[in-house]
Design a protein around this ligand. Structure first.
Ligand SMILES: [Zn+2]
Length: 281
């Protein structure tokens, strides 16, 4: 089997139609054998302005929906938008004088709008989470409330949710919070995961060491670059060619089952997407 025999999905990448390379990055991904993309909106303050109301969230989401549509034109498969609120927004808002509960309410409004886009068929899934850096108790508590609101809304509209969180391997408690709100843990994806994770589904940053662990562990997993499409940080976090390159490497190592897991079966189980039926070479 070679790379032309399989779909190749990057589960978490950003395209920036305002300041970034946008469709050129998708073309680069496609040139290496990449076929499908989940395009995450950038944090509002990197794309438009710091979101403080519904209108700004809509502007950010519309740009991302359009970026995914443009990317689809250059892919043999397709791109889907994944919309949500970056957890660091809470700190930006608190720095501006909002209380943590006020910031929470703004972020929950953003998640409501994201759920509406999913419900209308304009987006595939949602994104939430909590800060990956130390925050005080009030901000932590408000952040967990935002994330749990995301679980509720994802359950309402029947979609998966990607999480941006602190590092670590034990997210069993977070998976239980989702389940308490009616969202199965198989619909919760930890973005920027290492190869080992308990609780949600792991979206493994396409680093060889972590992928080897994921392959050995033999759980469902996805692969991602978290490419941020920022002209000041080219190639960060990983460049758009990385997932196809790692797929080629896995195939050379005989890990065909793992490639099928990450690019066909797990996408189907988590998002209900069919990366084979949506592929035309
Ligand atoms: Zn990201």
């Amino acid at each position: 089997m070679d790379i032309d025999d399989t779909p190749v999905l990057d589960n978490h990448l950003h395209l920036d139609p305002v300041n970034g390379r946008n469709v050129a990055a998708a073309e680069e991904f496609a040139s290496q054998g990449g076929t499908h993309l989940l395009v995450l909106n950038k944090p509002s303050w990197h794309l438009v302005e710091k979101a403080t109301d519904e209108a700004i969230f809509r502007e950010v989401f519309d740009l991302t929906v359009e970026a995914a549509a443009t990317a689809t034109e250059v892919l043999d498969g397709r791109a889907w938008p994944v919309l949500g609120v970056h957890p660091a927004l809470i700190s930006k808002l608190v720095d501006d004088g909002y209380t943590p509960p006020e910031a929470r309410d703004i972020m929950q409004t953003g998640l409501d709008v994201a759920a509406e886009y999913v419900d209308n068929g304009d987006a595939l899934a949602m994104k939430s989470g909590r800060p990956h850096y130390d925050v005080d108790d009030a901000v932590w508590e408000a952040s967990n409330e935002v994330m749990c609101h995301g679980f509720e809304r994802a359950a309402d509209v029947g979609c998966a949710i990607q999480l941006h969180t602190e590092g670590g391997e034990d997210f069993e408690a977070v998976a239980r919070w989702a389940e308490d709100r009616g969202l199965d843990r198989t619909q919760v994806v930890k973005h920027y995961s290492g190869g080992r994770l308990r609780g949600p589904v792991k979206s493994v940053l396409a680093d060889k060491d972590e992928l080897e662990i994921a392959v050995e562990t033999d759980d469902p997993f996805l692969m991602e670059t978290d490419y941020i499409d920022d002209p000041d940080r080219p190639g960060a976090v990983l460049g758009p060619k990385t997932v196809p390159r790692r797929v080629r490497w896995l195939l050379e190592n005989g890990d065909e089952d793992a490639v099928r897991t990450a690019h066909v079966e797990t996408p189907k189980a988590v998002y209900g997407i069919d990366t084979e039926a949506t592929l035309e070479r």
